[in-house]
Write a protein that binds this ligand. Structure first.
Ligand SMILES: NC(=O)c1ccc[n+]([C@@H]2O[C@H](COP(=O)([O-])OP(=O)(O)OC[C@H]3O[C@@H](n4cnc5c(N)ncnc54)[C@H](OP(=O)(O)O)[C@@H]3O)[C@@H](O)[C@H]2O)c1
Length: 217
């Protein structure tokens, strides 16, 4: 399969949580880690999030760095839940927003398209078929993709074994078992099937730690 290089980025608590149960995730890590996260965006052709993150966080997914181009913003959104009033839709004419969906026709689709959102009809296989989506991204000149979560989307990419690098920003806080996990279900039944990575870098960023991992091929 021809596909972009895929990096998974997390900003988590010590116990690997990415948001409170109510969806609140601002801010888990400190300013230095967040600045590093913005630089990471600037080094990629596209940034991807799942539909829940797009709806709950109403993110901009921009670099907010003067002089830096913004990557294409990609949403995996089977039922086209992205609101025309979202920050993504409202800025789609200036910074591209590409939505992979099974619902690319109808009134909601027309409104988003008028706002400049590009819709890609994608096959569905327990969510958007990521293999097909990666192929389409490759065909549209995306050679590097930064997956920013949430946990459900992260798990889908991990199940497919297409995460090349993990950038993990970890804050010295604990959010507890009722909070949202960084990785959704993988349904593993044997430790030998665990997704394994090599740590290739670790450094402190203020109070936080930044670790970089590479896929074991
Ligand atoms: N701290 C961090 O680094 C960080 C980063 C991002 C998000 N977050 C937090 O994470 C929470 C959301 O995470 P989440 O796990 O609930 O949701 P998510 O991963 O953001 O989105 C999952 C949704 O995406 C859609 N989707 C479409 N194709 C998919 C596929 N192949 N695989 C998986 N999902 C697919 C599905 O909704 P449809 O069926 O409707 O398409 C699915 O329910 C929010 O609270 C947000 O604040 C934290």
């Amino acid at each position: 399969m021809q596909r972009p290089h895929v990096t998974l980025k997390f900003a988590t608590s010590l116990d690997g949580k990415i948001a409170l149960a109510n969806g609140m995730s601002e801010w888990i890590t400190g300013e230095k880690a967040r600045e590093e996260g913005r630089k990471l965006r600037a080094r990629h052709d596209a940034i991807a999030v799942g539909a829940n993150t797009a709806v709950l966080d109403n993110p901009q997914l921009t670099t907010r760095i003067d002089g830096e181009a913004n990557p294409v913003r990609v949403i995996f959104d089977t039922h086209l839940r992205l609101s025309p009033k979202s920050n993504l839709a409202l800025t789609a004419k200036d910074i591209p927003v590409w939505v992979f969906s099974a619902a690319t026709t109808g009134e909601a689709a027309n409104i988003l398209e008028e706002q400049g959102v590009k819709l890609f009809k994608a096959p569905v296989d327990n969510g958007i078929d990521l293999k097909a989506a990666l192929q389409i991204l490759h065909e549209n000149s995306i050679s590097s993709l930064l997956v920013e979560g949430g946990g459900t989307l992260a798990a889908s990419f991990l199940r497919l074994d297409v995460i090349d690098v993990i950038e993990w920003f970890r804050a010295p806080i604990i959010l507890g078992g009722d909070s949202r996990g960084s990785v959704g279900d993988l349904n593993l039944e044997d430790m030998n099937l665990a997704k394994r990575f090599n740590r290739i870098n670790i450094r402190e960023l203020g109070d936080d730690v930044h670790e970089r991992y590479e896929r074991i091929i």
